[in-house]
Write a protein that binds this ligand. Structure first.
Ligand SMILES: [Zn+2]
Length: 264
């Protein structure tokens, strides 16, 4: 009750765009570090009759140019940069830094620790509200995120396993779509995605909001999570995750939720 009451209060900060978004955060604490420290890198467990323990993910990293490496960045406590993905873009996309300059954009909330899903997601819709065409939009969106993460995403008319995401209509809001999420120690624990009207229940709108559910923020480059807002609608290339977005999703999955940006 108190959580959703708080959600309603903060919703007033949303701006008119393809996406608003507000996050409610539970208690979170994580160690900070810049170059060294953090938990040891996961190592393969030796053959044993006992179950393999869940590896402890590192909580700090360094930037590196992965063009110079043969190992994928997901195996290192390092953050791979290539193409449009710069330190500044990572800072925006993953750590929600402000400074979005794309015209018509929505602003990020400001530098904070990394948040992401850390288990199955259950997307729930009301069949009395959304017709088959809209359900197809939801299905393609969940597949596009599901292709990038190791956790299952279910879509149905009743809750499945994992953190629940409700899809609802909200004619009163000004943006095409918006989302709300709750987090505990950087881990997504549930929330909802809202659409203003049926005409705006579009693939890129839903996929963009689902990208926020995973843990991505806006950024200044092209892509599904671009700060372009409604500008995304005219460019089909922005209807799916860009290479930089996919790189950052992979890097986020290799770090502990709650990891802080390593510097000012
Ligand atoms: Zn957004």
């Amino acid at each position: 009750m108190s959580r959703y009451a708080a959600l309603v209060v903060v919703a007033t900060a949303l701006v008119a765009n393809a996406c608003g978004g507000t996050e409610i955060t539970g208690p979170s604490s994580i160690g900070i570090g810049f170059t060294t420290g953090g938990a040891p890198r996961p190592t393969p467990a030796p053959p044993s009759p006992t179950p393999t323990p869940t590896p402890t993910l590192p909580s700090t990293f360094e930037f590196v140019n992965v063009d110079d490496l043969s190992l994928p960045s997901s195996l290192l406590p390092l953050w791979g940069l290539r193409g449009q993905n710069t330190v500044e873009i990572v800072k925006q996309m993953v750590f929600c830094n402000a400074g979005i300059t794309v015209p018509g954009s929505t602003e990020n909330g400001g530098l904070r620790s990394m948040r992401r899903v850390n288990g199955p997601i259950s997307v729930v819709y009301d069949p009395q509200v959304f017709d088959d065409a809209k359900v197809a939009v939801f299905a393609s969106g969940t597949r596009i995120l599901g292709d990038q993460i190791p956790f299952p995403i279910s879509l149905g008319t009743s809750p499945g396993a994992g953190a629940r995401v409700d899809l609802v209509m909200n004619p009163a809001m000004t943006s095409q779509g918006q989302w709300f999420g709750s987090f505990v120690a950087g881990v997504f624990t549930g929330g909802r995605i809202e659409f203003r009207e049926m005409a705006t229940v579009k693939d890129f709108v839903f996929r963009h909001e689902l990208g926020h559910v995973f843990g991505l923020c806006h950024h200044n480059e092209r892509g599904l999570m671009s700060g372009l807002g409604t500008g995304n609608s005219t460019n089909p290339a922005d209807h799916v995750f860009s290479l930089a977005e996919r790189d950052n999703i992979a890097a986020m999955l290799a770090l502990r939720p709650g990891t802080q940006y390593p510097g000012p």
